[in-house]
Design a protein around this ligand. Sequence first.
Ligand SMILES: Nc1ncnc2c1ncn2[C@@H]1O[C@H](COP(=O)(O)OP(=O)(O)OP(=O)(O)O)[C@@H](O)[C@H]1O
Ligand SMILES: [Mg+2]
Ligand SMILES: [Zn+2]
Length: 509
Amino acid sequence: MIARMACGGVEGVDAFRVDIEVDFSRQGLPAFTLVGLAEGAVREARDRVFSALRASGFRLPPGRITVNMAPAGKKKAGTAYDLPLAVGLLAASGVIPHDNIQGWFLAGELSLTGHLKAVAGMLPVSILAGKEGARGFLVPEENAAEAAIVRDMPVYGLKTLGECVSFLLGKKELVPEVFSSAAATDGVTVCADFLEVKGQLAAKRALEIAAAGGHNVLLMGPPGSGKTMLAQRLPSILPPLSFEEALEVTKIYSVADLLASGSGLLQVRPFRSPHHTASEIALIGGGHSPRPGEVSLAHRGVLFLDELPEYKKQTLEVLRQPLEDGVVTISRAARTVTYPAACMLVAAMNPCPCGYAGDPLHECSCSAMQIARYRSRLSGPLLDRIDLHVEVPAVPYEDLQARSGGVSSATIRSRVVLARQRQEVRYAGKKCCCNAELAGSLLEEYCRLDAAGHALLENAMRRLALSARAYTRILRLARTIADLAGEEQILPEFLAEAIALRVLDRVMQ
Ligand SMILES: Nc1ncnc2c1ncn2[C@@H]1O[C@H](COP(=O)(O)OP(=O)(O)OP(=O)(O)O)[C@@H](O)[C@H]1O
Ligand SMILES: [Mg+2]
Ligand SMILES: [Zn+2]
């Protein structure tokens, strides 16, 4: 008898359907054959499955077992196939009637004792099951909240193989998992509030502008001035994630196996801060069985590169393509995998190796040579992706003493949301969704200056010897500042503020 079980394999952040066909025959010598490009963990499924079956009180009659995982041309990895394989064996040997398994999707790892363990990538598989019109999806209990984000079919969380079989035999009732956005935990980021940052009004204003236009930022200041603190709070002023965006983010964490047990939809924008010693693979993804890297884990959120000059040039170079395209493509011998990677980049650095150049209270002990060498370590092409340079000076004592840091993240966020809405309306149907993406003809069209604006910018460019690179960035920033002010026209005062947000253009020359 042949039983066919439906489940899914993960490629990138999406799932493809896998059918596990189990043929059980009493004739011939007992044997077990597994075909269909199964990799390591899947090959070992046999031992786990037989132990789990035995421990759960099922005895299979002796016979020849052939398992085919279709489509045979695609690699199957991971342990999610344990449960469908075990149930397939029971169905093929007549323990569970075929009608009872028809239409169900199953996934989960089995322990030797028959308990179900969480597996990675359940959200993409659940989306697939929904699309395929599954009767329901049976998953380990810890994956149930994640799988239930898809509301196309009932999702049941299970503790053991025995429970799964009783349910399929109609001997046990289970309550389907309910999607609840309120109960969704994030497990990734605990978002702090700008209220806690005292003083630093200019830096906060700059981050508000960055958030409003989706601009990448470089924070520059002496040690302990609060650069890390400010960057960590950027997600709290970005617009709330839409359901679609939250789904994208949760899928990435799902396939990276980084969702906390029992966690559902992630609703906080991610904040990732990879160390400067992180490898290229850790940053952009890849590896033997490809995994999303930090740029993808920061998708729809913030990627924070602290101590920017400490990163190897080569490492920063690989970030260029994803930052530009919003996706990473990883080519491996046999296949190409794509992960989303649309994140905001926030970088931080000290102004010099000792950290105190320009600080009124500390003397800088670096030579001009040392400072020049330190700054030259910044990769030009990466700097090209950064619209704002912000100075974060040491906080004066009076500011630290203040009771609160002024404006809360919620207030700033509401202003950011309004500015984003203006951009959405303006760029509807265009190849651009926020000011940071303005380029070419769109930049010309939407960043028109009046005569006073032209005069101001021309004067500043000459006086500060600004480059063409700086020019487009200043226009984009001025556009965002105008949007925050609710103005369609870019007024000279907006340009002036934008010019001030390009610190490096001045100090580096
Ligand atoms: N503006 C501020 N308001 C309140 N506390 C602050 C402020 N700035 C700094 N601090 C305090 O100083 C600590 C150090 O700040 P933070 O780590 O953000 O500095 P940094 O600029 O990233 O320093 P480094 O260059 O050494 O990485 C913070 O944890 C916080 O307690
Ligand atoms: Mg820091
Ligand atoms: Zn110094």
